[in-house]
Design a protein around this ligand. Structure first.
Ligand code: UDP
Ligand code: UDP
Length: 468
């Protein structure tokens, strides 16, 4: 906001928001989409705290593109304490990074104190709740703090409630479901992230430590919207929660576009009939075993539809080896198989793409909803079965429930015949096509100028501006 007085331009100070994402594209991407909205549409001054080097190349490339598009954003490197693998019972590099950030969180106090002008609000990642809260409490000033929950509202309900039912030895279930007040239907035990069923796993301990802290926050932001999850919008997610702000759908932005998508890929899509292609991707950090890759290839060839498949053999992109896979030869002429990062937003928006075989990482679900593309859910880890429940209940897609969590056990393999049959079911369903399209229209309405998302963000920024 500015006003002219004579020839002097008087500018009121902007609302200064600090953003602290966590490791992995599934966490970074929605943060940067939120940041883009805050900078562009709501004129906030932003500070982005990042750790260096990032776990994956995709993250560092996205941060660079974001900062080039928004040179007015201040970036601060958060220097972490050295990794201590003995403190984490996991070999997942993203989890090791969460833990390193948590262990280094006290170093944030001097960093936050040195910011000028003093920040009006801090929005930080759900994986960092307790340690960063301690760092905020050590500041010599009041800093309103908000959690950004990067998964579904249904998963938030589980996160907020887990500590109530978890004891140090077991989880208390009745009839193999977890009843959470106001959450319907109850969550079946088979959908709970496996690590939450293991007492004392890092994941379970974080839920037990962090869940009860939620009421300490000024609010929880969530990338969800009416049309896919009513809970998110009605704030129907268990009691004792601070206000819930449904800031979704957070969808692909201009700064995310990559120049080297490969003309070949887009040209290939251009040559396919409308809605005829199934897009297959398990996100940024899920590798399939060799055997499972063979079966997926077999299923795709047998399903009778054209496909675009992004295949991954390693959790972290830096470790992925160049070169083609045998499966690429076998599937030639039937579809396109690539082994590199793609611009998923661009693919889902292409008219040729009619269905999405997805692991149901929450960002992929929201992106599919945005483009009105129906999903065949094949969850692999963590929160993904809970997200698959949302996909199924909203009508955005179907879920092959009997397929196991192959991501956690390379010995479990779903065979090609089954995969082919489910893809056919997805692609041939007119009902699903129409329902997904309607969800896409609803998403557009929510995100339009003057729509719900804008109103919610406007309210938040107004609240923050009181603290300038
Ligand atoms: N993504 C992409 N290209 C790829 C793989 C992933 O653009 O080749 C994006 C995808 O669009 C989404 C994010 O990376 O925004 C992955 O987040 P999600 O929550 O879907 O799953 P995760 O990778 O965290 O398991
Ligand atoms: N996980 C994994 N690989 C993945 C995604 C998750 O091993 O691609 C594991 C992760 O190590 C964690 C659990 O699944 O132990 C739950 O992960 P969640 O999906 O909740 O984590 P997020 O994707 O939100 O970081």
């Amino acid at each position: 906001m500015s006003s002219e007085s004579g020839s002097v331009l008087v500018r009121s100070p902007k609302t200064h928001v600090v953003l602290l994402p966590s490791a992995g594209m599934g966490h970074l991407t929605p943060f940067l989409r939120l940041a883009a909205l805050l900078a562009q549409n709501h004129h906030c001054q932003l500070t982005l705290i990042t750790t260096h080097p990032t776990v994956s190349l995709a993250e560092s490339s996205l941060i660079s593109r974001f900062l080039s598009a928004f040179p007015q954003v201040t970036q601060i490197d958060f220097h972490l304490l050295p990794l201590d693998p003995t403190t984490v019972n996991s070999n997942d590099p993203f989890w090791l990074r969460f833990e390193a950030i948590r262990r280094s969180a006290h170093l944030l106090s001097p960093l936050l104190s040195s910011l000028s002008p003093p920040p009006s609000a801090l929005v930080y990642d759900v994986s960092l709740i307790s340690p960063v809260l301690t760092a905020i409490e050590a500041l010599g000033f009041r800093l309103p703090a908000y959690i950004f929950f990067t998964s579904s509202a249904r998963m938030l309900a589980l996160f907020a409630y887990y500590h109530v039912v978890a004891t140090t030895t077991a989880l208390q279930f009745v009839d193999d479901v977890l009843e959470i007040p106001r959450i319907n239907p109850a969550i079946p035990i088979s959908s709970i992230p496996p690590l939450l069923l293991i007492p004392n796993s890092l994941f379970a301990n974080i839920f037990i430590e962090d869940g009860p802290k939620l009421p300490h926050f000024n609010g929880v932001l969530i990338n969800s919207f009416q049309g896919i999850e009513t809970e998110a919008v009605e704030g129907k997610v268990v009691g004792a929660l601070p206000p819930l702000f449904a800031v979704g759908p957070l969808v692909p932005c201009e700064f995310e576009k990559i120049d080297d998508q490969g003309e070949q890929l887009l040209k290939w899509l251009d040559d396919q009939a409308q809605g005829s292609v199934v897009y297959v991707s398990f996100g940024s950090r899920t590798a399939l075993s060799r055997d499972q890759i063979t079966e997926v290839g077999d299923g795709l060839v047998k399903c009778g539809f054209r496909f675009l498949w992004v295949v991954k053999e390693k959790l972290v992109d830096r470790e992925e080896q160049e070169g083609s896979l045998e499966i690429m030869e076998k599937t030639k002429g039937k579809g396109l198989v690539v082994k590199h990062w793609v611009d998923q937003g661009e693919i889902l928006s292409h008219k040729a793409v009619g269905g999405f075989l997805s692991h149901c990482g929450w960002n992929s679900v929201v992106e599919a909803a945005w483009h009105g593309v129906r999903i065949l859910a094949w969850p692999q880890h963590g929160d993904q079965k809970i997200n698959a429940e949302v996909v199924e209940r909203s009508g955005l897609g179907i879920w092959a429930k009997t397929w196991a969590w192959t991501g956690d056990d390379p010995a479990v393999v779903v065979n090609g015949e089954e995969i082919a049959a489910k893809i056919k079911e997805l692609m041939q369903s007119e009902m699903l096509r129409v329902k997904a399209m309607k969800i896409g229209q609803e998403a557009k309405r929510v995100a339009s100028v003057g729509g719900c998302r804008e109103k919610i963000l406007k309210g938040l920024v107004q609240e923050w501006s009181k603290n300038r």
